[in-house]
Design a protein around this ligand. Structure first.
Ligand code: SF4
Length: 286
């Protein structure tokens, strides 16, 4: 049986940068207590290793409030934060280290500039995802969040207005194109800025290619990881026998003799060692 592991799998540039940033702070003698605003990535193994090294996760406004007057460092993760949270973090007086991915920062800039020009903004993504909440907070004016083609069909706003449409960085690129087509066909005057990041694009393209020829497909990623779920969705469409797991422990493979090719891919927040473990297990046991 053949096993193919996607070349574009696991930590992306932005996640690597964010995780490295926290470890760099741990190595510093002047960082004081270290906090991350939300788990630094959607991976329990990494988060628990950081916890063991004294890094604490803060999540709420009350947590931020509680830090006032203390000393230490807060790292902002790759998703970025809302303007309100950014201001509250700065008000604590702690040292703020911003590890927001540049691809996300670019979207903040686009929506801020476009909305200042008077355009209404449409964000294609999950409304309650922290990255999208952050993007929305940079809009000065009307903003709509839609989660894909179905919502685009139902969208019924003023067609006289000018719109700018952006996407969550990890959005499914095929669904993004479908969404864009619907807006164009429905007569909206819309400026499209495709903000799906390169890492997502590469991972989705390769995952689809492998899943198209694989008899079984394994997608490794955190349960809350948006980009990993999108990979699962894409693979499942091409390969009915697709498994979504967080670690090797979740994997209960049921492969028949007919399975000749198993594909493996992983979301942007999956560490290399987990991918290796899964790959070794499949190669050794089947
Ligand atoms: S998935 Fe893309 S936007 Fe998100 S951290 Fe990685 S490179 Fe940055």
């Amino acid at each position: 049986m053949e096993v193919i592991v996607a070349q574009h799998a696991g930590f992306c540039f932005g996640v690597t940068k964010a995780v490295d940033t926290v470890y760099e702070q741990i190595d510093r003698t002047d960082a004081g207590n270290i906090y991350t605003y939300g788990p630094i990535i959607h991976n329990e193994t990494v988060v628990s290793d950081l916890e063991k090294k004294g890094v604490r996760v803060i999540e709420s406004e009350a947590d931020i409030e509680g830090l006032k007057g203390q000393k230490g460092t807060i790292v902002i993760r790759s998703h970025g934060v809302t303007r309100k949270a950014q201001a509250a973090l700065e008000e604590t007086g702690l040292n703020i280290v911003d590890a927001t991915c540049p691809f996300v920062k670019r979207i903040h800039k686009v929506v801020a500039e476009e909305s200042q020009k008077g355009k209404s903004i449409i964000v294609v993504g999950s409304a309650n995802h922290p990255e999208v909440e952050g993007i929305v907070s940079y809009v000065q004016g009307k903003v709509y969040v839609i989660d894909g083609p179905e919502s685009a069909e139902k969208f019924d706003e003023n067609r006289e207005l000018d719109y700018t449409l952006v996407a969550q960085t990890t959005f499914n690129k095929k669904k993004f194109q479908e969404t864009v087509e619907i807006f164009k066909n429905n007569g909206y005057n819309i400026n499209i800025v495709n903000t799906i990041c390169n890492a997502t694009d590469e991972r989705q393209t390769e995952a689809e290619e492998i899943a198209s020829k694989a008899d079984a497909m394994i997608v490794i990623g955190g349960a809350h990881s948006s980009n990993s779920r999108k990979l699962y969705e894409i693979c499942k469409e091409k390969c009915a026998d697709t498994y979504f797991i967080q670690t090797l422990e979740d994997l209960h493979l049921n492969l028949t003799e007919n399975v000749k090719l198993v594909g493996i891919t992983a979301g942007a927040s999956t560490p290399k060692n987990i991918i290796e473990e899964v790959q070794n297990y499949v190669r050794t046991n089947f």
